[in-house]
Design a protein around this ligand. Structure first.
Ligand code: SF4
Length: 350
């Protein structure tokens, strides 16, 4: 949390420039000015780092953004203090992953491919996307489909659980959510899940409408187009029908296939809730896409990542979430809120 407290530090020059403000005491002697100048330089240097840079991230996962819909401060603590995470969370995540894997294996095998560069690792994602495009063109169901895009200058990546055509020919996105308890989630959890699939739809639709460019990968991810692909990647690509030598070959294929795919936009969105222990279906929710809601939430979340504001914790009506939070004992947001509530109460009494 200390990291972002520095962002609140009002720069000396902005205080000085306020009309009618008195000269600051550090201008009165040369030693003070020297100290203040150092402080100003330090503050400026710290402010210059956005959370994206601070966490050394060139892209965000859709799940990073959807975690903000639950509690942004908690998402930050998950990155800063992984040592405090509850062991049950790990167990829950692993059980969820196993259920997803079982479903994925119903449709295709997984092939281990050796990678030797970051271009190789992205090449695997592009090959999976190319395979998904081919399957969708043939009317087949697709599992674990990668989606990419750039939102307000930030590269975002996600993996869609399932895409398939409905009986009336609509392309449907089906997101699987596994639950520890055999009941449907609270509205707050539904809000997070809804945001996640809105974002998947937005990224997928933009891809099939030809919005994804080679430059998005080169510029945002700092990938080298001329980097030769590893031998295993080239061999695997050849087996599935693509002759590629360097990363750019794959980028060109991806753009070409997306632009001429004729795959429709996603017309139907649903979330399937499944009980982790029994694998039984708890319920299915059909969701209506709300573009304005998605854009407003995305803009707000990206403001944090771009260093335009500090992280936020939960609103007062959502403080029940703190009871289940691994970071409640160290949470600055919670302490500040409790402090301001106590202050308000004592002000009312006097
Ligand atoms: S204690 Fe509450 S506000 Fe703080 S991180 Fe956890 S859920 Fe968010």
């Amino acid at each position: 949390q200390q990291k972002y407290d520095n962002l609140n530090f009002l720069p000396a020059h902005s205080r000085e420039s306020q009309p009618g403000s008195r000269p600051s005491p550090w201008h009165l002697d040369s030693q003070g000015a020297h100290v203040e100048e150092r402080r100003r330089v330090t503050a400026k240097r710290k402010r210059a780092k956005t959370p994206l840079e601070d966490f050394h991230l060139r892209y965000l996962w859709v799940t990073d953004l959807s975690a903000q819909a639950w509690c942004e401060q908690q998402m930050v603590y998950h990155r800063e203090r992984p040592d405090l995470q509850l062991p049950e969370r790990e167990v829950l995540l692993n059980t969820g992953k196993s259920i997803h894997l079982v479903r994925e294996l119903q449709d295709h095998d997984l092939v281990d491919v050796r990678t030797t560069s970051q271009e190789d690792r992205w090449a695997i994602k592009l090959l999976n996307l190319l395979q998904a495009i081919a399957d969708l063109r043939e009317g087949r169901r697709v599992r674990e489909c990668p989606v990419f895009g750039v939102l307000e200058g930030v590269f975002v990546l996600g993996i869609v659980d399932q895409l398939n055509y409905t009986a009336n020919g609509e392309l449907q996105l089906n997101e699987l959510k596994t639950r520890k308890k055999p009941c449907l989630p609270f509205p707050a959890q539904k809000k997070r899940d809804r945001f996640q699939i809105f974002l998947y739809k937005y990224l997928f639709d933009a891809m099939v409408q030809g919005c994804l460019t080679q430059d998005n990968f080169v510029h945002h991810l700092h990938l080298e187009p001329k980097q030769p692909l590893g031998l295993q990647i080239q061999e695997h690509a050849q087996k599935v029908g693509f002759m590629v030598h360097c990363f750019q070959d794959l980028l060109e294929l991806m753009v070409l296939n997306l632009t001429h795919s004729d795959i429709p936009a996603i017309g139907h969105l649903q979330i399937e809730y499944v009980h982790q222990q029994t694998n039984a279906l708890i319920g299915t929710e059909v969701i209506t896409y709300d573009h304005d809601e998605l854009m407003a939430m995305t803009h707000d979340f990206l403001e944090y990542w771009k260093g335009q504001r500090d992280p936020k914790g939960v609103d007062i009506e959502d403080t029940w979430k703190c009871c289940y939070c691994a970071f409640k004992d160290i949470c600055n947001w919670r302490q500040q809120r409790a402090g301001s509530l106590t202050k308000k109460c004592s002000e009312k009494k006097t």
